[in-house]
Write a protein that binds this ligand. Structure first.
Ligand code: ADP
Length: 190
């Protein structure tokens, strides 16, 4: 089983690369951001609570996203593997994911981090906000808050996988295909 954690700050290109990876490897894409936006568009109670936090650039509580991932893992028992995109975003989420996967005998193969500097991220997110209408991409203050949340709470997750010798970082600036080739090179080494 190939279980890949795609890592990087908001706007690093995780969603774009996930689409290419699922096509090539037949994996299931688990994006907690997409799952939360789907709850919001369905108007569920979980979605309404999450929206308040997401609109301010704050993280949603660990228990909420861990529950969503657990549910999706159970719903896809015959999958060839998973791409985790936007999850785990805290060390507590990473610990919970290891436990969920241990019970399935299918550990994380590795984490690939896309490195992109803050100025480039802010520009990409503002552009995405114009094109997609995502409310959390429209406001520079919210974007900076998300990047701060990433640096404070999410960046330490890299250390969690480094300690397991499962961390590789690649340059997230370049053409979509160049970056995809770099990720594919890492996957080939598993
Ligand atoms: P981006 O990577 O551009 O920030 P996402 O779609 O991954 O976009 O996430 C959007 C928002 O959803 C985050 O700012 C956060 O509020 C919430 N979110 C997504 N995934 C998680 C998670 N694993 N833990 C907590 N909050 C999350």
């Amino acid at each position: 089983m190939l279980n890949l954690v795609l890592f990087g700050p908001p706007g690093a290109g995780k969603g774009t690369q996930s689409q290419k990876l699922i096509e090539k490897h037949g994996l299931i894409h688990l994006s907690t951001g997409d799952l939360l936006r789907s709850e919001i568009s369905q108007g569920t109670e979980l979605g309404l609570e999450a929206k308040k936090l997401m609109d301010h650039g704050a993280l949603v509580p660990d228990a909420v996203v861990i529950g969503m991932i657990s549910h999706k893992l159970d719903a896809n028992k015959d999958a060839k593997g998973f791409i985790f995109d936007g999850f785990p975003r805290t060390v507590a989420q990473a610990e919970a994911l290891d436990q969920l996967l241990a019970s399935k005998n299918a550990p994380i193969s590795g984490m690939v981090a896309l490195e992109v500097n803050d100025d480039e991220l802010e520009q990409r997110l503002l552009l995405r906000g114009k094109e997609s209408g995502r409310p959390d991409d429209a406001n520079p203050e919210v974007i900076r808050k998300r990047i701060k949340e990433y640096n404070d709470k999410t960046a330490p997750v890299a250390g969690f996988y480094k300690a397991q010798n499962k961390f590789k970082s690649i340059n997230g600036i370049g053409s979509i295909n160049e970056i995809f080739d770099a990720i594919s090179g890492v996957i080939a080494s598993y």
